[in-house]
Design a binder for this molecule. Structure first.
Ligand code: HEC
Length: 418
């Protein structure tokens, strides 16, 4: 590695955004990925970005970035210019600097007048696998395949985009560049990743965050019941963690801490991803997942007070099926406050999700109309008192088997008038 001290870095260091006053040239020892794996990261405004769905663009350009860094700022300005020239190209900046925050990215975007989103690579997994080494390093990717067509300085990225706009592959795939080094400590720890213990490090995370759904009879499509299953799904598990699709936990964890937070910490995500990359090794000894292998209860909240049967529905072997409105009549005439509900699909392979509402005054037989359904999506209330707004009696969705209302909140279920 050729490290040299850059003049002018002292002034940058005063900004406080970088710890080391060293910069270095492209280091050939750092392997740039031939193709990038997808990720999902939030930008400085909180919007999520991933690569796989960018199918209708000519190219995707990623620029590594450090807030307050002079070289980064020059490169960002150059990228903004390219953005005005190439409207069919998707531009993003990637901040993999350890400890950087979304608020700092937002401040940087504001001060620098940037319109390109700054993605916070908070666990460094995007920059690590892409092969980023310095701030201001540009990567031009082919949509869909996510192949790296070019990497190096921004000027070279401009030339690559000109080639792509002319319908050609970039004639130059790599250009020298330099900038402030971005430290990726896990890169030096590759050898140690093989020591990550399935038994002590990985299985406990899966047990705490995945097995409640990924068990026999659970809502997840496969049961993590022993090492063999986890090893078989290891590449998919890595992808699900990098793209933040698992566990299904939608709140923005940076905004506030919530009770029963289902998300994984950055450390937990890194542990599993690096373990998978080390070949998902197993040291031996008892398998913690096999020891606790559980079967989900038939009814997640205990046997319900009222069970209604939803009429069955035949599915064609292929094609698109519209939403189906099915009526399940309550044979009693009692009004009640519903606290929780759950669904048992007849065939789990065919049911993706169910939304359920209570339609007062609906015909006892036959389907309800869409507008009847939309207007009567249930009501929330607190113990006897009705609250405004649409509520739901229940739903089943990917990741949600049962539906319970928080303390002191109930859904009103009016008895049928006959
Ligand atoms: C709340 C329930 C729930 C939890 C918790 C959960 N999963 Fe899933 N998982 C699902 C469901 C449901 C699907 C199927 C998604 C679909 O078909 O839309 C799924 C699918 C998957 C898949 C298949 C690929 C994909 O993305 O669809 C993988 C891999 C996976 N989960 C891994 C995990 C891991 C690893 C964890 C824990 C870190 C986890 N899941 C936690 C419910 C869950």
């Amino acid at each position: 590695m050729r490290i040299r001290i850059l003049a002018g870095v002292a002034a940058v260091a005063i900004v406080g955004a970088i710890g080391t006053a060293v910069a270095y040239k492209v280091d050939d020892k750092i392997q740039v990925a031939a193709a990038v794996d997808d990720f999902r990261l939030a930008d400085h405004e909180g919007f999520a970005h991933s690569l796989r769905r960018l199918n209708d663009v000519d190219a995707v350009v990623l620029l590594s970035h450090i807030n307050g860094d002079a070289g980064s700022r020059t490169a960002a300005k150059a990228l903004e210019l390219l953005k005005t020239k190439y409207p069919k190209v998707e531009f993003m900046m990637l901040n993999s600097a350890l400890g950087a925050t979304r608020d700092q990215n937002a401040a940087e975007a504001k001060v620098q007048g940037l319109t390109i989103p700054i993605l916070q690579d908070e666990h460094q997994l995007a920059g690590e696998q892409l092969g980023v080494s310095y701030a201001g390093e540009a990567f031009v990717l082919q949509p869909r395949t996510l192949k790296v067509l070019y990497h190096g300085n921004v000027d070279g990225a401009g030339k690559a985009l000109a080639d792509i706009a002319a319908g050609k592959m970039p004639s130059v795939a790599k250009m020298e560049g330099s900038g402030t080094e971005i430290a990726f400590p896990e890169r030096q720890r590759r050898a140690q990743h093989a020591q990550i213990s399935y038994e002590k490090d990985v299985a406990p995370i899966l047990m705490a965050k995945c097995v409640s759904c990924h068990q026999d009879g659970g809502i997840g499509p496969f049961a993590m019941k022993d090492y063999a299953v986890v090893k078989g799904f290891a590449p998919m598990i890595r992808e699900a963690l990098r793209t933040d699709s698992m566990p299904p936990w939608y709140p923005d964890t940076s905004a506030m801490k919530l009770k029963h937070d289902g998300s994984l910490s950055n450390e937990q995500i890194k542990t599993i991803v690096h373990w998978v990359e080390a070949g998902a090794p197993r040291a031996g000894g008892p398998d913690p997942l096999a020891a606790v292998a559980t079967v989900a209860p038939e009814w997640p909240n205990g046997k319900p007070d009222l069970i209604l049967n939803i009429p069955s529905h035949e599915l064609p072997a292929s094609g698109v099926v519209d939403y189906q409105t099915k009526i399940a009549s309550d044979p009693t005439t009692k009004s009640r406050w519903v606290k929780a509900s759950a669904f048992l699909p007849g065939d789990r392979r065919a049911v993706h999700h169910i939304l359920a509402g209570h339609i007062p005054g609906k015909p006892l037989e036959g389907p309800a109309s869409m507008s009847q359904w939309q207007n009567s999506y249930g009501q929330y209330g607190t113990g006897g008192r009705r609250l405004g707004g649409a509520g739901r009696v229940g739903r089943r969705a990917a990741g949600k088997r049962s539906y319970g209302l928080p303390d002191a909140l109930y859904a009103l279920w009016q008895g049928e008038r006959r």
